[in-house]
Design a protein around this ligand. Structure first.
Ligand code: SF4
Ligand code: SF4
Length: 102
């Protein structure tokens, strides 16, 4: 859903960008990084690591805002982020929240 209000200085603002690194063989496929990334940057890959799990993959590189949440959540230190400098907010999608089912 697009935001109907945009900051007037949106074109002059730059936000952080992260480059995602995944260490496939450390991953146990728990999916925490995929589930909780606020930008929806990650998805399950078709690759299989040496433990037989499917590590995450980067769906769209420009979505990562270097928040570091995936690195904090990963129980096996299998994902880390490199500072990718700045990018324009036009590439950023608003956070989507799942509807709570009653
Ligand atoms: S650093 Fe943040 S935005 Fe980037 S992949 Fe990890 S959780 Fe998603
Ligand atoms: S949080 Fe870590 S162990 Fe879990 S799927 Fe992501 S990279 Fe793999």
């Amino acid at each position: 859903m697009p935001l109907w209000r945009q900051p007037l200085d949106k074109d002059r603002i730059l936000i952080t960008h992260g480059i995602v690194h995944i260490i496939d063989d450390r991953c146990k496929g728990c999916g925490f990084c995929i589930e909780f990334c606020p930008q929806g940057t990650l998805g399950i890959s078709d690759r299989t690591n040496t433990k037989g799990y499917h590590p995450p993959r980067v769906i769209e590189e420009n979505l990562c805002v270097n928040c570091g949440l995936c690195t904090l959540l990963c129980p096996d230190f299998a994902i880390y982020i490199e500072d990718g400098g700045k990018q324009t907010p036009g590439l950023i999608h608003p956070v989507q929240r799942n509807e709570v089912k009653k």
